[in-house]
Ligand binder design. Structure first.
Ligand code: UN1
Length: 505
């Protein structure tokens, strides 16, 4: 309720104050010349960042490599306890984290709050799952006279490369899982959001994660490239653009030595299919939330609303009408629905996409935004799925009509597009829902509801094809992917029976 939100807003405001993000290596913060970090809200400096150079990147990798054997040998119970203590720390420092999510990333209070919760959910989920997965090896059926078990152990040094749009939740989702699996981690946050990452790393260290086990490396693509080239690297976890994921794959393939794993969660051209039986109010609510909440800066966001011809005028008018009511502005105002986009480059890209949309198609919604990094919601109509080739990462929705007998063609086009992240279906016909779901390989399918805000452990998040490698974050297969699997099979009759239960530590 609004009294509680106002109270949280005061809590966040009370926790304002300059932030600092510098490389943290072996638990020690580096010094050097910093640059100011601008707020996405108004460009004012909200802290300072010292970006890592190549020497810092090398030092971070080497420190993490030295720390790996001891952290990997730390009982899973103790690693889990660190993550749980960190979850408590995140709760205790709610005001500071909410402040940074608002000031640095321009989030509304609603968005900041759900992101703060999601980060805590990741810490607790990974701790709970890791405690049982890594406590002891799993017994496997073995031939008679032999013991047989499957061990999971850390891989080594994992580079965690995270985006600005969920600078806390995705940062923690990567780092907590990699640590829980016994790896040491060098975390490179997005250059737009180093302060919140630095705060998260402080809280993890304060919770008992050893300095050597987790390094912070603020910086841009150059810092990332140093990590990818370092001989100690054992794997990469990445969330960001499809193009960057491919560049990472190429860099990993070009290395000497081991073949390294990559977990990548990337973009999507996410569609919502609306048939003639769908409820207009439901569609309007869910489409507006999915397309425009967080200023459309989610990889899960709705990009293409695909509506059956017979109801298209009515549905599109309902969506545009609802979107027209959204309030754009300072995200610290409780009445704001849409805050700023992340930076001037993002705004420029979006204005270019809007200019293209205005020329090429019918315009259902356009508007002016306040001065600053604000972009008004827009809705453009296209004629074919193929007309939308790029993910437009902001409050820009495209709509498309399909004839009643044209659904299969639309589904085939969506499949051919190659993305496979989120998919919405709005229909009261069970067979249609089943048909749409079965036709597409998308990772997260949402029926008669919004398509954003996947909950850890409930809707594990991530896709396939151009949208990423899997496994899904916040799901049961993520932690094992960060580990090495080792079976040990022992002939119990040999060695005079003296070598037996390799399942015991
Ligand atoms: C992203 O936007 O990079 O379901 C992924 C959601 C979020 C999306 C995170 N988990 O909206």
């Amino acid at each position: 309720d609004s009294a509680r939100l106002a109270e949280l807003m005061r809590e966040a405001a009370a926790a304002a104050g300059p932030g600092l993000a510098a490389p943290v290596i072996d638990g020690t913060e580096r010094g050097g010349a910093t640059r100011p970090v601008p707020s996405a809200i108004d460009g004012t400096a909200i802290g300072q960042v010292l970006e890592a150079d190549e020497a810092a990147a090398d030092a971070a990798m080497e420190a993490a490599a030295r720390a790996f054997p001891a952290w990997d040998a730390t009982p899973a119970e103790d690693r889990a306890a660190c993550l749980e203590r960190a979850a408590g720390g995140f709760e205790a420092h709610r005001g500071r984290l909410l402040h940074l999510l608002q000031a640095e990333a321009g989030k509304t209070l609603d968005d900041a709050l759900s992101e703060w919760r999601e980060a805590i959910d990741f810490l607790r989920y990974d701790a709970a799952q890791g405690r049982s997965l890594f406590r002891r090896p799993a017994a496997l059926p073995g031939p008679a006279g032999e013991s047989n078990a499957l061990w999971l152990r850390g891989r080594g040094v994992i580079a965690a490369i995270s985006p600005w749009n969920f600078p806390l939740a995705i940062f923690i989702g990567q780092v907590a899982a990699a640590l829980m699996a016994g790896n040491t981690v060098v975390a490179k946050p997005a250059p737009q959001t180093p302060l919140i990452a630095a705060e998260a790393v402080r809280l993890l260290h304060a919770a008992g994660v050893p300095g050597g086990a987790l390094a912070l490396l603020p910086g841009g693509p150059e810092a990332g490239a140093c990590l990818l080239g370092h001989p100690a690297l054992a794997g990469v976890v990445f969330t960001g653009s499809t193009g960057t994921a491919k560049a990472i794959q190429r860099a990993l393939a070009a290395r000497e030595g081991a073949i390294l794993p990559l977990i990548a969660e990337t973009g999507g051209i996410n569609a919502m299919i609306v048939d003639a039986t769908a409820l207009p109010e439901q569609v309007a609510d869910d489409a507006v939330t999915s397309a425009f909440r967080s200023a459309g800066q989610r990889c899960s966001a709705l990009r293409l609303l695909v509506v059956q011809e017979e109801v298209a005028d009515r549905m599109i008018a309902a969506v545009a009408g609802a979107a027209r009511e959204l309030r754009i502005g300072d995200p610290r105002a409780l009445s704001t629905d849409i805050g700023p986009v992340i930076d001037a480059a993002a705004k420029e890209r979006l204005l270019a996409a809007i200019a293209r949309g205005r020329q090429a198609a019918r315009v259902h919604l356009a508007g002016e935004a306040p001065a600053g990094l604000y972009v008004a919601p827009h809705i453009f109509e296209i004629a074919r799925v193929e007309d939308l080739t790029d993910e437009v990462f902001g409050p820009v929705l495209h709509v498309l009509r399909y004839p009643a007998d044209g659904l299969d063609a639309v589904l085939a086009s969506l499949k051919a597009g190659g993305y496979g992240l989120t998919l919405g279906v709005q229909s009261r016909i069970e067979a249609t829902v089943a048909r749409v779901r079965a036709a597409l390989p998308h990772g997260n399918v949402y029926v008669n509801r919004s398509m954003i805000g996947a909950v850890v452990g409930t809707q594990p998040f991530g896709g396939s094809g151009l949208s990423g490698t899997g496994p899904k974050a916040g799901g049961p297969h993520y932690l094992p992917r960060l580990a090495i699997e080792q079976t040990a099979t022992v002939n119990l009759a040999a060695a005079g029976g003296s070598v037996g239960l390799v399942t015991l530590e």
